[in-house]
Unconditional design. Structure first.
Length: 451
């Protein structure tokens, strides 16, 4: 009897010990002791929703086509600060991603992979990696940039596949209904943004085709001395870009999603080709006897694997490459720039790095740009005071002088208060200014303009 009671007590003790051990294994990791707790509603969300919640800010940033110079300056500072981050804060995939090593990797169920993780006093999120069996720790305060090669997997669509085309007035209209572009195609915001981005890619390809077929420009890949299968960017040039003995015009767009031939993609989609594209500038330039170079400062990385394009990894690198390999070889006596937004900042930086800029450039037209902070040397300041003008957002009538604390680049009103509209509203004024600085070769005033 006594032995039976003793056996029962021993059995109960073993059950209690097993229960306690199971609980500890379920809620507490034996090595890093990170507490797991469910996130309300998260374990019922789809993988795509979870990933998109992290990328919301990135999506919003990418949908903003033309970005002001001030925004670009802020982003540049942020990128520089990220370069100084300690290696421990940099992930193997993207900034803010920390791969769990064998010493702290948790064995998680499918649902547990989408729970919050509190470790070391900092709240983190767990996401499954594309690599089998590995988990990524995600800092919710760091917004990751989507991998560029993911975009390349998206099959390129034409405008017609979206049931849109440009009418005779250059306005994007639905093929069947004749209505303008409709952003909201569903109740899902992400679907609307995705559709807009895909349409934007189709618009970009359409502009590229227009540059070649209608503007008769040549597509030239850079770097020109391709090594193996390395990625390339490209520019567009008139046939006489390097041989025109008199005039050459370079067009430099701003930052963001815009590409060669565009000032503002948003205007191309929602307004018309004239206001948002560079087509009117190219036509007028050719009519005025200019050779033309259309730059592509935002195409800096390979779509396949996202690595930088040699010599063209940034707007400034692209400008420097075009200068060294095209402009230097050009025979034009007079060279001019038309630069929008951040394109003007990059052009000012170019002037600092290439001293022959001062002797070869006859005029620079900025549209709502902020180049003044990048013009340092006295001789460069003097150059921009005499040979440049900046058409800025203002309620004042077009060409009205606008006072500024920094008077390096003379500023006048673009006749509009919206940043992206300034290139189009100042179109006629810009060419009037260029003709004053670079008169027709047969004109007797040419020698005076050079002074």
């Amino acid at each position: 009897m006594f032995l039976d009671i003793k056996t029962i007590l021993l059995f109960l003790s073993l059950l209690k010990l097993l229960s306690s051990t199971k609980q500890n294994l379920s809620w507490r990791h034996s090595e890093n002791k990170c507490l797991m707790q469910p996130e309300n509603g998260l374990e019922h969300s789809s993988k795509e929703d979870i990933k998109m919640s992290i990328l919301d800010k990135t999506s919003e940033r990418n949908s903003g086509d033309d970005v002001s110079s001030a925004d670009c300056e802020m982003e540049e500072k942020e990128r520089n600060s990220q370069k100084l981050m300690p290696e421990s804060t940099k992930g193997s995939k993207t900034e803010g991603d920390l791969k769990l090593t064998s010493s702290n990797q948790c064995n998680l169920s499918h649902k547990q992979k989408y729970k919050k993780k509190i470790c070391g006093g900092k709240q983190m999120k767990l996401f499954p990696s594309k690599e089998s069996g590995k988990i990524l720790l995600k800092d919710p305060n760091v917004i990751s940039t989507p991998q560029n090669h993911n975009k390349s997997k998206m099959k390129q669509k034409s405008l017609e596949s979206f049931k849109y085309r440009f009418n005779e007035k250059g306005r994007l209209r639905h093929i069947k209904t004749g209505k303008p572009f409709e952003f909201n195609i569903s109740n899902n915001r992400r679907d609307n943004e995705k559709n807009y981005e895909e349409l934007g890619e189709a618009v970009t390809e359409h502009i590229y085709n227009m540059l070649q077929k209608e503007m008769k420009l040549e597509k030239v890949y850079v770097p020109i001395n391709r090594i193996g299968l390395e990625p390339q960017s490209f520019i567009f040039q008139s046939k006489d870009a390097l041989t025109n003995p008199h005039k050459l015009l370079l067009l430099v767009h701003g930052s963001g999603a815009v590409r060669a031939g565009q000032w503002a993609r948003r205007l191309i989609i929602n307004d018309c080709l004239d206001s948002g594209s560079q087509m009117p500038f190219i036509k007028r330039a050719v009519q005025s006897g200019f050779a033309v170079l259309v730059l592509n400062t935002n195409l800096n990385r390979s779509k396949e694997i996202g690595n930088k394009i040699r010599g063209n990894g940034s707007a400034l690198e692209h400008l420097l490459y075009v200068w060294d390999n095209f402009v230097v070889a050009a025979k034009a006596k007079h060279i001019a720039f038309v630069c929008h937004s951040y394109g003007g900042v990059a052009t000012a930086k170019l002037a600092n790095k290439r001293r022959d800029f001062l002797s070869r450039i006859s005029a620079v037209a900025f549209t709502d740009s902020m180049p003044d902070n990048y013009i340092n040397d006295a001789d460069i300041k003097e150059f921009f005071k005499k040979k440049s003008r900046n058409w800025v957002t203002s309620k004042e009538p077009i060409d009205t002088v606008v006072n500024s604390f920094n008077g390096t680049v003379p500023k006048v009103s673009a006749g509009h208060t919206k940043h992206e509209m300034t290139s189009w509203t100042s179109f006629h004024s810009i060419f009037k200014y260029l003709n004053e600085k670079i008169p027709d070769p047969s004109s007797k005033t040419e020698s005076k303009a050079e002074l």
